[in-house]
Ligand binder design. Structure first.
Ligand code: PGA
Length: 253
């Protein structure tokens, strides 16, 4: 089986002005210079993308967007397209984060369109899925994930998906301090990988990176990363501070 390269991604959500974002990015670059065995990404707000890119351009840190629209251009006030994100230095685009689904009406259908738009311009989609607490308690976790993964990737074929990354983020673990246990996360990651295998074959299911997200911290990353189907993390709160995020990046040390 192919060795999957870990990806540690920071989602800065709606925090930090462009100046603050550039400063944190600079502090991060200083701490991760020389890291070669892990891919690193940070996703600041749109307003901070260009100033952050200036700082990280020649470093191991890559740029990501938190959202995008599926059309390339047009009369869509307030939206930003995948080619625009590419042009300011983005390599990744987070798509379908649970906060987007919860507060901004994103559905499996819009998520699917966004994934297609990202792939078309070579922006690596970080496709987020995850169950709510209620869904977990009523034992719907697997059926919810099956629906999200299947509908989110509808009409895509395996040849288009080599740049896809999936992030499993149980909604009940986001920003709550309640992390899924290593075993709980592994169980779901294994299930997601089996869904990818069923729908797209085992070449893709072997190579696809599946990140865990939800209250990842320096003290729980090593346990999560020791699980065979966890290939990285999507980090919110703990990514806002360069020191704690760099400790997560260096989980092997
Ligand atoms: P958290 O957020 O690490 O603060 O729980 C994760 C996310 O929303 O991606």
């Amino acid at each position: 089986m192919e060795q999957r390269r870990p990806l540690i991604a920071g989602n800065w959500k709606m925090y930090k002005t462009p100046e603050e974002a550039a400063e944190t990015a600079q502090q991060l670059v200083e701490r991760v210079t020389g890291v070669t065995d892990v891919d690193i990404m940070i996703a600041p707000t749109c307003a901070a993308l260009a100033p952050v890119f200036k700082v990280i351009k020649n470093s191991p840190v890559a740029l990501g967007a938190q959202n995008l629209f599926w059309e390339n251009e047009g009369a869509y006030t307030g939206e930003i397209s995948a080619p625009m994100l590419k042009s300011v230095g983005c390599e990744y685009g987070i798509i379908g984060h649970s906060e987007r689904r919860q507060y901004f009406g994103e559905t499996d259908e819009t998520v699917n369109k966004k994934i297609q738009a990202a792939i078309q311009v070579g922006l690596k989609p970080v496709f987020c899925v995850g169950e709510t607490e209620k869904e977990r308690e009523s034992e719907q976790t697997f059926s919810v994930l099956d629906k999200q993964v299947t509908k989110g990737l509808v009409s895509l074929v395996s040849e288009q998906l080599d740049m896809l990354i999936i992030a499993y983020e149980p909604v009940w673990a986001i920003g709550t301090g309640k992390t899924a246990t290593d075993a709980q996360a592994q169980e779901v990651h294994q299930f997601i990988r089996s869904l990818v295998e069923k729908n797209f074959g085992n070449a893709l299911s072997d190579s696809i990176r599946i990140l865990y997200g939800g209250s990842v911290k320096p003290d729980n990353i090593a346990g999560l990363m020791s699980m065979p189907d966890i290939d990285g993390a999507l980090v919110g709160g703990a990514s806002l501070n360069a020191e704690s995020f760099s400790q997560i990046v260096k989980f092997k040390n």
